[in-house]
Design a binder for this molecule. Structure first.
Ligand SMILES: [Zn+2]
Length: 97
């Protein structure tokens, strides 16, 4: 079965997408392939199995974004390797799975 997702008004195959977990400071701290986790909810559960953890993270401003592999490769994978440059909230990092 092929699932489609819409990103910025364009239809893309879910097979070509990843969910990226963004920390409140603006760092990308995690990624899961969308093929295995087709919904945002499922992606959250990959990172934080309990509802309590998820709600706590979401309250702190963590967010999940669906991106294409291409954008992941071009823009985000470097961000994940780099150290956090958002010093004010650097302590928000360090919790990556
Ligand atoms: Zn950061």
């Amino acid at each position: 079965m092929k699932l489609l997702a819409e990103i910025d008004g364009e239809l893309v195959q879910l097979d070509d997408c990843d969910w990226v977990l963004w920390a409140p400071c603006g760092c990308a701290i995690g990624v899961v392939v969308a093929r295995h986790t087709p919904t945002e909810d499922a992606a959250w559960k990959e990172f934080y199995p309990t509802k309590r953890e998820r709600e706590s993270k979401q309250r702190k401003g963590y967010r999940m974004e669906l991106v294409t592999h291409a954008r992941w490769r071009d823009e985000i994978s470097d961000l994940m390797r780099a150290a956090c440059s958002h010093t004010a909230t650097a302590s928000a990092r360090g919790e990556a799975p």
